[in-house]
Design a protein around this ligand. Structure first.
Ligand SMILES: Nc1ccn([C@@H]2O[C@H](COP(=O)(O)O)[C@@H](O)[C@H]2O)c(=O)n1
Ligand SMILES: C[C@@]1(CO)OP(=O)(O)OP(=O)(O)OC[C@H]1O
Length: 160
């Protein structure tokens, strides 16, 4: 049996925070605000994986009222989600994601993002794809107020 999952996340761009996306610290004048490291891409991927497994969402597993998650590296959250799926006997087939941002430019960092995600999900490199798009200066992403990410995944059950 295969199952599909979808995730979506948004974080505000503010001064004085690092801009960490897909586990890559991207040099930029602003960074993403949040309770954790605010890695919008990894959060969307966590939600896609949890959705595929009918296992709720990231806020349910890692509440932003819990001090254990303040400033946490979202790669730790992703690895935790991957383990949850493993315990439910699911393996990940592939992940496809899009970062929606006017700036900074993602292109030079996409390969490292894919490598980080593949490593954390125990996947071969060709099972992960990350894309980036602007919104042609329209909306909150176009005005540079925030960055959004969407992700889809397929998982398969390895029940005997
Ligand atoms: N923050 C971004 C946004 C886009 N890119 C790359 O630019 C290409 C063109 O984007 P459009 O929104 O104008 O279609 C896109 O294919 C991305 O490769 C980027 O690197 N960083
Ligand atoms: C990750 C968590 C937990 O630190 O906090 P944020 O960084 O604010 O991110 P969000 O996308 O709102 O998801 C769930 C949160 O509970």
């Amino acid at each position: 049996m295969i199952r599909v999952g979808h995730g979506f996340d948004v974080h505000q761009l503010v001064a004085g925070r690092p801009c960490i996306i897909g586990g890559v610290n991207i040099p930029y004048e602003k960074g993403l605000d949040g309770h954790s490291d605010a890695d919008v891409l990894l959060h969307a991927i966590c939600d896609a994986l949890l959705g595929a497994a009918a296992h709720g969402d990231i806020g349910k597993h890692f509440p932003n009222t819990d001090e254990r998650y303040r400033g946490i590296d979202s790669r730790q959250l992703l690895r935790h989600v991957v383990n949850l799926l493993k315990h439910k006997r699911y393996s990940i087939v592939n992940i496809d994601a899009t970062v929606i941002a006017e700036a900074p430019k993602m292109a030079a960092h996409i390969a490292q993002m894919c490598a980080n995600i593949a490593q954390d999900c125990n996947l071969m490199p060709d099972a992960v794809n990350v894309k980036a798009t602007t919104t042609e200066k329209l909306g909150f992403t176009g005005r540079g107020e925030g960055i959004a990410a969407e992700a889809v995944c397929l998982i398969q059950c390895f029940h005997l």
